[in-house]
Design a binder for this molecule. Structure first.
Ligand SMILES: N[C@@H](CCC(=O)N[C@@H](CS)C(=O)NCC(=O)O)C(=O)O
Length: 324
């Protein structure tokens, strides 16, 4: 047995317990026992709320949201994180923490484990009985909501993780994590990961708004190839790539058969990449109806060169170029 003095406090970086439908388990699936803390500004937390609603678990599992903007969580350090408002009326959709009286999500993690050393993230699935965090990983919370609360769900037969689709759901989920970390952590990761594994196919993706950076711009044709039904594309970019680094010889299927609207929002002055991108869409999109270009800043010379596009050759004869 470990000696109390030498036994060091292990650091905790995540909570990965499972609610299961067994009355004698540590976290049994009981109605009214669990609370989901979310932020409407978090996609990970919002997907848990979506499943809670779709399964009809509103009466069985309560939920509340923090304020949408993160703020300082303690006087004596610089940490910025999710905070609760001081009243239920000051921020639309956000409420005070009626369960624990916490001022921040960080304070909830402190209640659950003072040795916690990870990030203070949402979603958090909270056990009101044991006063602790059950799980803070959205993907696992989704699985619990899908299967473990069916005896109290209004839509118990709705299976959002059916056996025949599990492989593709898991693959897409994995990819979305990598894609999200492109913006959060490291742009190179997505680029590398697409070299290791194929990009999943997004059959039902009709509208896409993407902020592109250096490596994701290089990946654009390969990504569009996996969106066979894309109709509407908005691209916003604020970095420039050497035009010769962009290989736009590949023409994805959506350009030939479904893409009707493209909008390019550009925040750079005098870069050739933007022009190359615009030409790529004009020369290769067979049924394009409108290509809109908007600039944050632009020189008059540059604007003139873009205006030439109004009369240049387009694959789609009906395509209108709009410069705003
Ligand atoms: N693996 C987690 C990621 C959750 C996550 O990163 N949440 C973000 C909001 S989208 C967060 O709460 N970040 C707080 C912070 O970084 O301080 C999940 O999917 O549940």
């Amino acid at each position: 047995m470990a000696n109390e003095k030498s036994d060091f406090a292990r650091t905790v970086t995540s909570f990965r317990n499972f609610v299961i439908q067994k009355p004698d388990s540590q976290f049994p699936a009981e109605s009214g026992r669990y609370h989901l803390y979310i932020s409407y500004a978090s996609p990970w937390a919002s997907r848990c709320l979506a499943i809670l609603k779709l399964k009809g678990l509103d009466k069985a599992i309560s939920f509340s949201s923090v304020q949408p903007l993160r703020r300082k969580t303690k006087e004596n350090d610089e940490h910025i994180g999710w905070v609760f408002p001081d009243s239920d009326t000051e921020v639309l959709g956000a409420e005070r923490d009626h369960l624990n009286g916490a001022k921040s999500i960080r304070a909830l993690y402190d209640i659950a484990n003072l040795n916690y050393k990870g990030k203070y993230t949402v979603p958090v699935l909270w056990d009101k009985k044991l006063n602790t965090i059950v799980n803070n990983e959205s993907c696992q919370i989704l699985r619990m909501f899908n299967t473990e609360f069916n005896h109290v769900a209004e839509n118990p037969s709705l299976d959002l993780y059916p056996t025949n689709l599990r492989a593709i759901i898991d693959e897409t989920n994995e990819w979305i994590y990598q894609f999200a970390s492109l913006f959060d952590i490291n742009a190179g990761r997505l680029y590398r990961s697409t070299k290791l594994r194929p990009i999943p196919k997004f059959h039902n993706l009709y509208h896409l708004k993407a902020e592109v950076c250096r490596s994701s711009l290089q990946l654009l044709p390969a990504f569009l190839e996996r969106c066979p039904n894309l109709k509407n594309l908005i691209l916003e970019y604020s970095v420039t790539v050497y035009p010769e680094q962009m290989d736009f010889t590949n023409v994805p299927r959506c350009l030939i058969s479904t893409l009707e609207y493209v909008e390019i929002k550009k925040h750079m002055i005098g870069d050739e990449t933007g022009m190359k991108l615009v030409n790529y869409f004009l020369e290769n999109s067979a049924i394009l109806k409108t290509l809109t270009l908007s600039f944050s800043y632009s020189s008059s010379i540059e604007l003139e060169s873009y205006k030439k596009l109004l009369t240049s050759t387009k694959l789609s004869p009906k395509c209108q170029v709009i410069i705003v």
